[in-house]
Design a protein around this ligand. Structure first.
Ligand SMILES: *Cc1c(COP(=O)(O)O)cnc(C)c1O
Length: 422
């Protein structure tokens, strides 16, 4: 594929002209400098841009609240009582799930804890948790505190799988071998679908199969995978998964997160869980009885009536995603990230190393560049030229061309500036 790329602006513009998704760029608001110039925004893996429609979706709820008060629960244009259900079908398509397997609720780390309370069921012989080395700190804290909550010492009960010496990414066959060797002591395998630092996409299907072969429960944190990769959580038989919606999904800061519980667990009412009224049988919820009766499926893990304004922003974002579909989005993403890689590699032996896998199957829309020196200064100089990407200690610049709103021309302009600075 790289063979067909050309390193010039005219080519980038041809790619944009041939891009079936090019018009979606107009549906988003780009941050601007004081002089009115739009930034080159490559941070959609951290906070996605605002869909132009988000404001109208939220204003509708403000209006219904003003005009209807409590009656809005039933009579709002999108009744609040069942508001989260407007997101169900779209979310299911997004992650490759059945509708009853998904729900939008809470935020990511909260969902991670709620689902671990149900799915991390340690016994004396089998109580360890496996994560990838250099997992996102919140996930690291979450699993450590779950271990401690159950009386185990993270120093012995938390297994953190590192890459081979001298490598940045984990090899799937090494993960499989590790699970085959240690699996009998592992209660829960809890990896990121895409590692936030390296941008590596894990082979979730193979890892799930390897885990199940050893009797482990397998969950994924899809913070960097949802809206980025084509997912098939149901077919892969993943036990549970969680993700946030403010990164690739563009639902705004603190957006409502998602969770997935596989069908085969959704009707297992013996699973221990924390309960709240929104997870209770909808028919009898307002009879206000004392006995909790869990809803089947992922909805049965809900606790509270949800924040409607945030859900409205999520609807605005998900309506766009659903219109585009992950197949078309991923096809563009592979080209766009491939073009970024091609341009960066034009002149090798620069002051950086791409640590994201070179195989498109093992990455999403992000390239992580390990800076050999002066990385932070370089990032500051990029910012001074209207380029927004981000820094991760100790030496990483992450660049994420989001296929929904970034163009080939932007990727070209980014590399022109970046290569001048390194
Ligand atoms: C972004 C991200 C988080 C953030 O957690 P919140 O609960 O949404 O604040 C957690 N884990 C991973 C892997 C992430 O990428």
């Amino acid at each position: 594929m790289a063979l067909h790329f050309l390193p010039d602006l005219a080519f980038a513009r041809e790619m944009d002209a041939a891009d079936p998704l090019a018009s979606y760029r107009e549906r988003f608001l780009f941050p601007k400098k004081r002089d009115g110039q739009e930034c080159l925004y490559f941070c959609g893996n951290s906070l996605g841009l605002q869909p132009r429609t988000a404001q109208a979706y939220i204003e509708q709820e403000l209006r219904d609240w003003a005009e209807l008060g409590v009656e809005g629960h039933f009579h709002a244009q999108h009744p609040w009582l069942s508001y989260h259900e407007f997101l169900t079908e779209q979310t299911a398509r997004l992650v490759g799930a059945l509708p009853q397997e998904v729900v939008a609720m809470n935020s990511l780390t909260v969902n991670l804890h709620l689902l671990m309370l149900s799915f991390y069921r340690p016994t004396h012989e089998r109580h360890k948790i496996l994560i990838e080395a250099h997992a996102f700190p919140s996930d690291q804290y979450a699993v450590q505190s779950q271990l401690e909550f159950h009386g185990y010492d993270p120093r012995t009960a938390l297994l953190e799988m590192p890459p081979r010496e001298g490598e940045y990414d984990l090899r799937t066959e090494d993960i499989e071998a590790f699970i085959a060797r240690e699996g009998k002591s592992i209660a829960l395998i809890m990896l990121g679908g895409v590692n936030y630092a390296t941008g590596q996409a894990f082979d979730m299907k193979r890892i799930t199969a390897a885990g199940h072969a050893q009797g482990c429960v397998v969950g994924f944190d899809l913070a960097h995978a949802a809206g980025n990769l084509i997912l098939a959580l149901h077919d892969w038989e993943v036990d549970f998964a969680v993700w946030c919606s403010y990164k690739y999904l563009n639902a705004g800061p603190g957006g409502i997160a998602g969770c997935f519980v596989h069908e085969r667990h959704g009707r297992n009412f013996d699973l221990p869980r924390l309960a709240g009224w929104w997870g209770h049988n909808k028919q009898t919820r307002f009879l206000m009885g004392p006995e909790f009766e869990a809803l089947p499926g992922a909805e049965g893990w809900q606790l509270s009536n949800p924040p409607i304004f945030q859900l409205a922003a999520l609807r605005a974002a998900m309506d766009i995603f659903d219109e585009v579909g992950m197949t078309a989005l991923r096809a563009k993403s592979v080209l766009l990230t491939g073009y970024l890689e091609y341009l960066l590699m034009r002149e090798p032996a620069r002051n950086f190393t791409i640590i994201t896998p070179r195989d498109p199957e093992q990455r999403g829309a992000q390239l992580s560049l390990r800076m050999h020196k002066n990385g932070k200064t370089i990032l500051q100089r990029l910012l001074g030229q209207n380029v927004i990407c981000d820094w991760r200690e100790p030496d990483l610049i992450r660049v994420a061309p989001a296929p929904l709103y970034n163009s080939f021309e932007e990727v070209y302009r980014f590399t022109e500036i970046f290569l001048r600075e390194v």
